[in-house]
Design a protein. Structure first.
Length: 232
């Protein structure tokens, strides 16, 4: 018979199951056949014996929809594609775009005070969304059953590109200050390296978008938690 774990007390090593027949069955840890500890919501298969459950096997973990704090500030567990886009990317970057439009509108309209106020708010908001944005990307990466450290893969070429540009600018300013002519070979080499980094960054970003923005997560539970997409 199948049922759901409705509670488990690790101190007494006892728990209870709500059977799909509508009855409650108590159990002890000795009857648990799963590798991990029983958790509330787990879907199990068991043998009823009176009001006791025996030979309990984990079928699948039940996904618990994260609350506001869990969703935006905890990198643990998984989120689906729809949660990623509709609850994560759309509101976070939608607000940023609205603030940007307001700053530009006030600046074009000649209101320096309005542009300054919304520019300040935009700066504060940009800092505030760094961690929530990372968190939702990590959860989506988890949904694909990959480590959250994958978030660093598209960052590395971008950082190298920024360093390359910075070194090139500093070199040109230094050369201009001394009045010397920059070496053509150095400039060509720097330009070629920059284009290589740009192509690498584009390719990695495209892969990252397809892999974690478009593809369905692991069907069923994986090492990061239950499947956020309901399935039969």
């Amino acid at each position: 018979m199948k049922g759901n774990i409705i509670g488990f007390d690790p101190d007494t090593n006892t728990g209870a199951i709500s059977g799909h027949d509508g009855k409650r069955y108590d159990f002890v840890t000795a009857e648990w056949r799963g590798q991990a500890r029983p958790r509330q919501g787990d879907i199990v298969d068991f043998q009823p014996s009176g009001d006791r459950a025996t030979q309990i096997y984990l079928v699948d973990s039940e996904y618990v929809r994260p609350g506001f704090g869990q969703f935006y500030f905890s990198p643990s567990s998984r989120i689906s594609r729809s949660q990623f886009w509709l609850r994560g990317i759309l509101p976070i970057w939608g607000i940023w775009i609205v603030l940007y439009i307001l700053v530009i509108s006030f600046a074009v309209g000649g209101s320096a005070a309005g542009a300054g106020v919304f520019g300040f708010l935009m700066g504060i908001y940009s800092l505030a969304i760094i961690w929530p944005a990372l968190v939702i990307y990590i959860k989506r990466i988890h949904d694909r059953n990959k480590s959250g450290w994958f978030i660093l893969i598209p960052v590395i070429p971008g950082v190298l590109l920024g360093i390359t540009w910075g070194v090139a600018v500093v070199g040109m300013l230094s050369t201009a200050a001394t009045g010397a002519n920059p070496s053509a070979g150095v400039l060509v080499g720097a330009g070629a390296f920059t284009w290589i980094l740009l192509l690498a960054h584009f390719g990695i970003s495209l892969w990252f978008f397809i892999e974690f923005g478009c593809m369905r997560g692991t069907i069923g539970s994986n090492r990061f938690g239950a499947d956020p997409v309901p399935h039969q």
